[in-house]
Design a protein around this ligand. Structure first.
Ligand code: ATP
Ligand code: MG
Length: 441
């Protein structure tokens, strides 16, 4: 029922030949039991790292974390991590054990793992080794801590986000005690590095089953991103909306295409709303400058989460323009394309569409029509080469230098002015015409 790749069988048999125990363990067994194809295979063994080395062909070994008990082996194109049975020592900082010690029993090793479904081992001789009834929980689609949840989340708070990640990816329920403990201990996430939290967060918002997790655990997400907190329960008092700001946001997230840029743009597109709310005399709510405020806030949050510069720029730009709706003319659309970049224009349309679909159903038809109109014109312009950027402008800095414009700042300004003229259809993208125009700017 579990079919291990030949390479994994080989590793296990080499270790067994040398007199050690060895098993495939963790995510690969969980996925196999669910009928999914594992993306990698990890091995756990009674052999110490040095003994792993001498049991296997040395030239395949990549030294990785040997002192923590992990040896990485490369077979063919694939990497396999072989980790010695291990128990974690005391945790005093909610993130890393002060020490790890090697142990002799498989059960002790499985006991340090996070969830019962991740604490199952297998080899062809012993079959499934499952001292914490992970298989039963898998059948019932339950995420349950191995042992006492308060203690386990106290040891390593990242497990809190791992639970949400698995729930979002697999659509499992989180078992009641584990769930209560997760809410209770969420504040411990402050001890975890931004990078590790961010990596989990991206997977949580990208999951097939994200909607329920994002609603049920909004308090936990608010620990990672405190700016989420004011969105929760914030009523919009506006005929375009039937959801509060967070409910609406969650719907936009799950209506968006998968992928980092789209999902992050969705998560942050309205994050500024609670900070610019006003009620008019008819009792209707408005959030006038919210795209700009949301874009600024998103930049700050993404910096804090240590996201890369390119992602931050793309996401904050999409947010800035998510609510712009000029008449669908050639010129306006060229402007919009220029604002977000041609490579992100479809992402902008998808964000607008996801946003629309999360609004009052009675108001969405004409909004969707408008978006499709933008899509059509964009496609035509792409086909006819009618989109313009500094790159496709038929004039460049050297051309300007040749006519005596030598100051860097002036060159930049001039090129942008020319680009604006071309985008607005006031000037053809023709080298000689551009050069002439440059002389008169
Ligand atoms: P994925 O399919 O996403 O790789 P995975 O379960 O394999 O999921 P990994 O991060 O690769 O997750 O970890 C491998 C195994 O190590 C897990 O299945 C689990 O048994 C254990 N593990 C990982 N992180 C923790 C942790 N923070 N606390 C306890 N056990 C952990
Ligand atoms: Mg894994």
């Amino acid at each position: 029922m579990i079919s291990m790749p030949e390479n994994v069988k080989y590793i296990i048999s080499q270790l067994e030949k040398s007199g050690y125990e060895a098993y495939a363990v963790g995510g690969c067994i969980r996925d196999s039991l669910m009928g999914l194809t594992p993306h990698d295979w990890d091995v756990t063994t009674s052999a110490l790292p040095q003994q792993v080395l001498s049991s296997l062909d040395a030239h395949n070994i990549i030294d990785s974390g040997m002192k923590h008990g992990t040896v990485t082996v490369k077979l063919g194109q694939d990497l396999y991590e072989i980790t010695t049975f291990r128990a974690d020592g005391e945790y005093t900082d909610c993130r890393r054990p002060d020490s790890v010690s090697f142990v002799t029993s498989l059960t002790e090793d499985l006991a340090r793992r996070d969830f019962t479904m991740n604490a199952i081992a297998y080899n062809d001789k012993a079959g499934v080794c499952d001292p914490f009834s992970g298989e039963q929980d898998l059948k019932n689609r339950l995420i349950r801590c191995v042992g006492d949840p308060d203690k386990r989340f106290g040891e390593d708070a990242l497990r809190i986000l791992r639970a949400l990640r698995f729930a979002s990816r697999l659509g499992f329920e989180i078992e009641e005690k584990t769930s209560l403990s997760l809410h209770k201990n969420a504040y411990l996430l402050d001890n975890i590095s931004a990078e590790r939290k961010c990596s989990e967060l991206l997977q949580i918002i990208d999951g097939e089953y994200a909607e329920k997790v994002l609603i049920d655990y909004s308090d936990v997400l608010s620990v990672v991103i405190p700016e989420i907190s004011p969105m929760i329960g914030f009523e919009q008092h506006n005929p375009h909306h039937i959801y509060d700001v967070w409910q609406h946001t969650v719907k936009v997230i799950v209506n968006s295409p998968h992928g980092k840029v789209s999902r992050l743009s969705a998560m942050f597109h309205d994050i500024g709303k609670p900070h610019c709310f006003s009620l008019d005399e008819d009792g209707v709510g408005h959030f006038k400058p919210h795209p700009g405020i949301s874009a600024d806030m998103s930049r700050e949050i993404m910096n804090r989460l240590r996201l890369d510069k390119k992602t931050i720029t793309e996401v904050s730009n999409l947010i800035l323009y998510h609510d712009t709706r000029p008449p669908a003319t050639d010129k306006n659309i060229r402007r919009m394309i220029h604002n977000v970049g041609a490579e992100n224009f479809i992402a902008l349309l998808e964000l607008k569409k996801a946003d629309t679909l999360a609004q009052n159903p009675e108001t969405i038809d004409y909004k969707l029509e408008y978006i499709e109109q933008l899509r059509k014109i964009f496609a035509e312009q792409t086909k006819n080469g009618e989109q313009f950027s500094l790159k496709t402008l038929n004039i460049n800095g050297s051309d300007l230098i040749s006519i005596g414009i030598t100051d860097g700042k002036t060159i930049g300004k001039t090129l942008n002015t020319l680009l604006s003229l071309v985008i607005d259809g006031e000037l053809e993208n023709d080298h000689d015409l551009l050069l002439n125009a440059a002389k008169n700017i």
